[in-house]
Design a protein around this ligand. Structure first.
Ligand code: ATP
Length: 231
């Protein structure tokens, strides 16, 4: 599904991402963890062709993301509020995304139904613009929009950040369900080790732009990660 070859991003002479090879297979859920500044967001921005690599390439289904837009039809993503249209209401935004993917109003409502618990009565029918929602609720809108098209590949940057504890647990269960029921391939960065391990079968640790560990999730993974990050 996703293949990275010799990918580098260099800012002002400093290499912030340096990945010789990384592959994510269809149906795999991969968690990306690493301390502040490790390069997670920069990597995701290159995957989504939002910034250009200094070297190397990202392929989705064997096609360079810079050379074709084909990947956009099967990829859902939410990195930050920049993905939202903040002068729309949540309904208008979901309709806009639905229209892009040829979904009817009924389809959109059906696709949003699994988000009811996560939305907690605070997202739909609020008669306000997205810019007036809290950061956490903006994130919920962005994640729901990313999943709306039922994408084969879902890329989320720190989906648990800014969410209250109940919402984090609801989101975690929702992501697990999307994986199991729709076989969605996922690439998710997180500082929440416990949640990301629960959702993902594989964890990649990034440090100074490089993969320092790439492991399958087991019952010992949380402890291993906690040990790794204890300095
Ligand atoms: N546009 C830019 N210009 C210069 N340096 C940048 C730019 N964008 C990112 N960087 C640098 O690249 C490095 C990686 O940043 P990035 O945001 O990708 O890390 P991250 O792992 O997502 O961090 P966090 O966990 O804090 O979100 C940092 O040192 C950052 O300062």
């Amino acid at each position: 599904m996703l293949t990275i070859h010799n990918l580098q991003k260099i800012y002002n002479g400093t290499t912030v991402v340096n990945l010789p090879e990384l592959t994510i297979n269809a149906g795999e859920a991969v968690g990306l963890v690493g301390n502040n500044g490790a390069g997670k967001t920069t990597l995701f921005r290159m995957l989504l062709d939002l910034i250009r690599p200094s070297k190397g390439e990202v392929q989705l289904k064997d096609v360079n993301v810079m050379q074709s837009d084909a990947w956009k039809s099967y990829t859902g993503s939410y990195l930050d509020e920049g993905f939202l249209i903040d002068y729309l209401t949540s309904e208008e935004y979901f309709k806009f995304i639905g229209d892009l993917h040829g979904l009817s109003g009924g389809d959109v409502a059906e696709r949003l139904a699994p988000f009811t618990d996560l939305f907690n009565g605070e997202i739909l029918n609020q008669r306000k613009y997205i810019r007036d929602y809290s950061k956490g609720n903006q994130k919920k809108i962005g994640i729901a929009a990313a999943a709306l098209s039922n994408p084969e590949l879902l890329i989320l940057d720190e989906p648990f950040a800014n969410l209250d504890p109940s919402s984090q647990i609801r989101l975690k269960n929702l992501l697990k369900k999307l994986r199991e029921e729709r076989r969605m391939t996922m690439f998710i960065s997180s500082h929440d080790l416990s949640h990301v391990i629960d959702v993902c079968e594989r964890i990649v640790i990034l440090e100074k732009g490089q993969v320092v560990q790439d492991m399958q999730t087991t019952e010992n993974t949380l402890q291993e990660l906690e040990t790794y990050f204890t300095v």
